[in-house]
Design a binder for this molecule. Structure first.
Ligand SMILES: Nc1ncnc2c1ncn2[C@@H]1O[C@H](COP(=O)(O)OP(=O)(O)OP(=O)(O)O)[C@@H](O)[C@H]1O
Ligand SMILES: CC(C)(CO)[C@@H](O)C(=O)[O-]
Ligand code: BAL
Length: 337
C-alpha cells in the first residue's frame, strides 16, 4: 500500500497539472472531509481498483449548495490536515481540496442538475434542494477529476442511487462503485456528524442500527421458518412436523402461518423497526424520528405491502439533540434460496 503523503491540490489548474501515465486508471472518492474509517475504506477500495499503477484522488469539499440550514454548514467539521493523513494512509495519491470560489468562480451556479422525483423522496423531502446541490457538485467534480471510477458509500443510499441515475441518464461514462456501510463496534454507522453526539445522545442514537437489525432479524426468522416448513415432506402431518422441529405446539400454528404467507410483508419489517424507534422516542434523551421507510433501491419509492420479494432498502433518519443522523440496511425480501 502507498503510504507516501498524498499531494495536496488546491486548484483546478493544479489538478490538471497532476496528469497521469497513459493507460493508468484513475479512481476518485468524493468527501466533505472530516475523514473517518468509512472514508478510508472507500479510499482503500479505490486504491485496490486503480491498482499500483493507477491513481487515487480524494476530493475534500464542503459544498454550500447542498446545505439547507446555514447552521449545519457553519458547524460542519473542517479538518484538512488530519484528512491528508487519513487519505495518505489509506493509499490516496492526491487530495483535491478546492475553496468555494475555486469550485464556483461565478458565485452560485445558475445552471444545475435537477435530481427529479427520486430527489424529492425521504432525504429530499426533509432537505429540500439538497440532492440538486449534491448532484451539481458531483457532476462538477467528475468533470474536474475525470475518473474511470468513482466510489460512494452505501450509508448515503439515496445519494448513491441518484448518482447512478445521473450517470446513466446523462451518459457520464464513469463506473460508480458502492461500498458497504462501515460501523463502529456498537453498530452506529460512522459519520462525520457523530462527533457532535454527547455520550447520552450516542446511546440513544444506537436505536438507529438496532431498529435496522431488528427488522432484518424479523425477516430472516420468517424466511428460515418458511424454509424449514417447506423442507418437511408433504405427507407428514402437523403433529409429525412438531416432533421433527422439536418445537412447541405454537410452532405448528406458526408453521401454518408461514406456509400460508410465504414471506414477511413490508409492514411487518417496518413494524419491527418502529418498535425499537418508538422506545427510543421515550428515552430521557429522546430520538425524534424523521422517517423510516422500506423502499425500492432503484428509485426510493416505498414498497407496497403486497411486495414480498426482491431487493429493498430499509432507510431511517432521526434527530438526537441537535444532530440529524441517517442509516439504512439493504434487505432481500422473499424466500431463502
Ligand atoms: N460509515 C460509512 N461507511 C461507508 N461509506 C461512508 C460512511 N460514511 C460516509 N461514507 C461515504 O463517504 C463519502 C463521503 O461522505 P461524507 O463526507 O458526507 O461523510 P459522512 O460521514 O457521511 O458525513 P456526514 O454524514 O456528516 O455528512 C460518501 O460516499 C459517503 O456515503
Ligand atoms: C458526494 C458529496 C461529496 C458531494 O458533496 C457529499 O454529498 C458526501 O460527502 O456524501
Ligand atoms: N453525507 C451526505 C452529505 C450531506 O449530509 O450533506
Amino acid at each position: 500500500m502507498n503510504t507516501a503523503p498524498a499531494t495536496l491540490l488546491r486548484s483546478a489548474a493544479e489538478l490538471e497539472a497532476l496528469g497521469r501515465a497513459a493507460g493508468a486508471r484513475r479512481a476518485v472518492v468524493m468527501t466533505m472531509g472530516a475523514l473517518h474509517d468509512g472514508h478510508a475504506t472507500l479510499v482503500r477500495a479505490a486504491r485496490s481498483a486503480a491498482g499500483p499503477d493507477g491513481q487515487v484522488v480524494v476530493t475534500v469539499f464542503v459544498n454550500p449548495l447542498q446545505f439547507g440550514e446555514a447552521a449545519d454548514l457553519d458547524r460542519y467539521p473542517r479538518t484538512l490536515e488530519a484528512d491528508l493523513a487519513v487519505a495518505s494512509e489509506a493509499g490516496a495519491d492526491a487530495v483535491f481540496a478546492p475553496s468555494v470560489d475555486e469550485v464556483y468562480p461565478g458565485g452560485e451556479p445558475q445552471v444545475r442538475i435537477t435530481a427529479g422525483p427520486m430527489g424529492e423522496r425521504l432525504e429530499g423531502a426533509s432537505r429540500p434542494g439538497h440532492f440538486d446541490g449534491m448532484l451539481t457538485v458531483v457532476a462538477k467534480l467528475l468533470h474536474l477529476t475525470r475518473p474511470d471510477a468513482a466510489f460512494f458509500g452505501q450509508k448515503d443510499a439515496q445519494q448513491l442511487a441518484l448518482v447512478r441515475r445521473m450517470v446513466r441518464d446523462l451518459n457520464f461514462g464513469v463506473d460508480i462503485v458502492a461500498v458497504p456501510t462501515v460501523r463502529d463496534p456498537d453498530g452506529l454507522a460512522l459519520s462525520s456528524r457523530n462527533r457532535f453526539l454527547s455520550s447520552e445522545e450516542r446511546r440513544t442514537a444506537l436505536a438507529l442500527p438496532r431498529a435496522l437489525f431488528a427488522a432484518r432479524d424479523r425477516l430472516v426468522a420468517q424466511q428460515t421458518l418458511h424454509a424449514r416448513a417447506r423442507a418437511l415432506p408433504e405427507r407428514e402431518g402437523r403433529a409429525a412436523a412438531l416432533t421433527r422441529l422439536g418445537e412447541a405446539r405454537a410452532a405448528a400454528d406458526t408453521q401454518a402461518v408461514a406456509l400460508a404467507r410465504p414471506t414477511v410483508a413490508p409492514a411487518a419489517v417496518l413494524a419491527a423497526a418502529r418498535a425499537v424507534l418508538d422506545e427510543a422516542a421515550e428515552e430521557e434523551v429522546p430520538l425524534t424520528l424523521d422517517y423510516v421507510a422500506l423502499v425500492d433501491p432503484a428509485d426510493f419509492t416505498e414498497l407496497p405491502d403486497d411486495r414480498v420479494s426482491g431487493e429493498a432498502v430499509l432507510a431511517v433518519a432521526a434527530r438526537v439533540g441537535a444532530t440529524r443522523l441517517i442509516d439504512n440496511i439493504p434487505l432481500t425480501l422473499g424466500a431463502l434460496t
